[in-house]
Design a binder for this molecule. Structure first.
Ligand SMILES: Cc1cc2nc3c(=O)[nH]c(=O)nc-3n(C[C@H](O)[C@H](O)[C@H](O)COP(=O)(O)OP(=O)(O)OC[C@H]3O[C@@H](n4cnc5c(N)ncnc54)[C@H](O)[C@@H]3O)c2cc1C
Length: 498
């Protein structure tokens, strides 16, 4: 029976990116996917600077950006598409070192990830192969799969369920879902322009029409995304018929200037799994959380999950940390994902609120509301996250390495990094041992580094900061003599075997 370090069930955007990260870290990865080839249609369309930092680890971030569009404004509009309220979006390169947000085309994105994965001999991809059973033992996980009517068995030290919203792995582990009771059906349409038409190019709209709330998003190279709420009493099959879809699209496009890729009714839910890790089995992506797509954040939340777990599994597989490190995965990611779900539900509520106002009705939102401030991770950090530096991704400057300008992430790679302006550091023996164990990179910033001053806020407060391999700031010290203490604290925080 073939033996792997990691088995990943599901080769969607989350599972495939995860495979790429683990393969790059040198682990033997098995991916099991019941379908074959990239997803033929788009679902996710929006990604952000933080995810681009993860895609950069697979050397595909530039390709994603080159093949994308940016939204300059998001409107909440009335039934006649007149803006009621407008939110200006930041455009261009952000403090993450990449654009704040870009709109991509999912089949293309999956193609980029697939070609990165295909180059990696550590990764074995088994398509047309369905995971039908598994058993977790002290020695690892045994997997039973079916391919072309024959049964195949594999073994892996860890199994990660990136198997989507109806996750077989989550169900077999009997993991419950916390339900936000947001259940709506929407018709999702993707179209492509065949000629230039006079519609907003970089402006998206949430259409607050009480008779038919909707969403319009202009993607890259003439790709257009529309979403329309299915109204009470409507039939999905009827709504999906081409002639009905074209009627809905009339304010923007018609058959003479665009083609329809697909129109399909999706059920939008908001829920989060109660347990993300049991023994040697973890879940990530839509298997762990689902949300309506109003913020375009579902895939991104999954990419954050696997960026978080990849370095922890790496330490565990290299016997540098004990199994308790896996507990930090859910502790760090759950509240973060829950915040994102609440945020997307709130956008849905804003649309409903404007719709009610258009009819002169009162509207009382149900369910969670969110704090507008992007949350820090609650644990796995050293200093006080109120500093706005700790527990969130560190800004990414350009730094000079041997007279060559380089994005800081590319210098850090998949290691921890100690970033400081101090040249001479007095370190304790234990701190030195941890630096050696984790191969912590020391980056001393010189005068030519960080020309855009992206790290100004960080170094206005701290003399040195420690950055985790997922590029979240672990913590900072105001007094450089405390740097050993901060490094030593990693032992307890991540169950290091020092
Ligand atoms: C209309 C719409 C718009 C969206 N827009 C955005 C957006 O703009 N930005 C964003 O970030 N997110 C968006 N999302 C959400 C995003 O599409 C999902 O969060 C994302 O696809 C989840 O990726 P995943 O890899 O976790 O799961 P999936 O993409 O669902 O992949 C799961 C994979 O597992 C495989 N699988 C399942 N069970 C088994 C098994 N037993 N054996 C083998 N293989 C199995 C499946 O075949 C599938 O390939 C949108 C979603 C919708 C519906």
């Amino acid at each position: 029976m073939e033996q792997f370090d990691i088995a990943i069930c599901g080769f969607g955007p989350v599972g495939s990116t995860f495979a790429g990260l683990m393969g790059k870290l040198g682990h033997r990865v098995l991916v099991i996917e019941k379908n074959s080839g990239p997803s033929p249609t788009a679902r996710a369309i929006n990604t952000d600077g933080e995810q681009l930092r993860t895609f950069d680890r697979l050397n595909i971030a530039e390709k994603v950006v080159e093949n994308s569009a940016e939204v300059h404004r998001v409107h909440f509009g009335d039934a006649d598409l007149n803006p009621i309220q407008t939110i200006d979006q930041p455009v261009g390169v952000s403090s993450m070192g990449w654009p704040t947000q870009v709109l991509f085309y999912q089949p293309e994105l999956e193609g980029f990830i697939r070609s990165a994965v295909a180059k990696d001999s550590n990764i074995t991809l088994k398509e047309d192969t369905e995971l039908i059973d598994f058993e977790d033992t002290e020695e690892g996980v045994s997997l039973k799969c079916v391919s072309s009517d024959s049964e195949i068995q594999y073994r892996a030290k860890f199994l990660i369920g990136c198997d989507g919203a109806s996750s077989f792995i989550r169900k077999k582990l009997d993991v419950g879902l916390e339900d936000f009771e947001y259940n709506q059906e929407w018709l999702v349409c993707d179209a492509h322009l065949t000629e230039k038409v006079d519609i907003p190019e970089n402006e998206a709209m949430q259409i607050c029409d009480p008779k038919r709330p909707g969403t319009y998003v202009p993607g890259r190279r003439g790709h257009l995304r529309f979403e329309f709420k299915k109204m009470p009493g409507e039939n999905s099959e009827e709504l999906e018929k081409d002639e009905n879809v074209w009627k809905l699209l009339k304010p923007w496009i018609n058959e003479s200037n665009a083609t329809l890729e697909r129109a399909q009714v999706y059920a939008f839910h908001a829920c989060i799994a109660e347990s993300w890790c049991k023994g040697n089995i973890l879940i990530a992506g839509d298997a762990a959380h689902q949300m309506p797509p109003f913020m375009g954040a579902g895939m991104g939340t999954g990419i954050r999950d696997i960026t978080n777990i990849s370095w922890k599994l790496d330490l565990l597989l290299n016997n540098k940390a004990g199994p308790e490190i896996l507990n930090t995965y859910q502790d760090e990611r759950h509240s973060h994902a829950k915040w994102t779900i609440a945020q997307t539900v709130t956008i849905g509520q804003v649309i409903e609120g404007f719709c009610a106002a258009a009819e002169g009705k009162d509207y009382e939102p149900k369910g969670p509301s969110y704090d507008v401030k992007f949350p820090h991770i609650p644990v796995g950090i050293y200093s006080d996250p109120e500093d706005t530096v700790t527990g969130v991704p560190i800004p990414q400057p350009i730094i000079n390495i041997e007279n060559k300008e380089e994005l800081m992430d590319r210098v850090i790679g998949s290691n921890f990094a100690l970033i400081t302006n101090e040249i001479n550091l007095e370190l304790s023996k234990k701190a030195k041992r941890i630096i050696e164990l984790l191969e912590i990179k020391k980056i001393t910033l010189g005068e030519d580094d960080d020309p855009e001053k992206r790290l100004k806020n960080v170094f206005d407060k701290y003399d040195a900061v420690l950055v985790r391999p997922d590029k979240y700031t672990y913590g900072g010290v105001e007094d450089i003599s405390k740097v050993s203490e901060m490094i030593e604290s990693l032992e307890k925080e991540f169950s290091l075997i020092v």
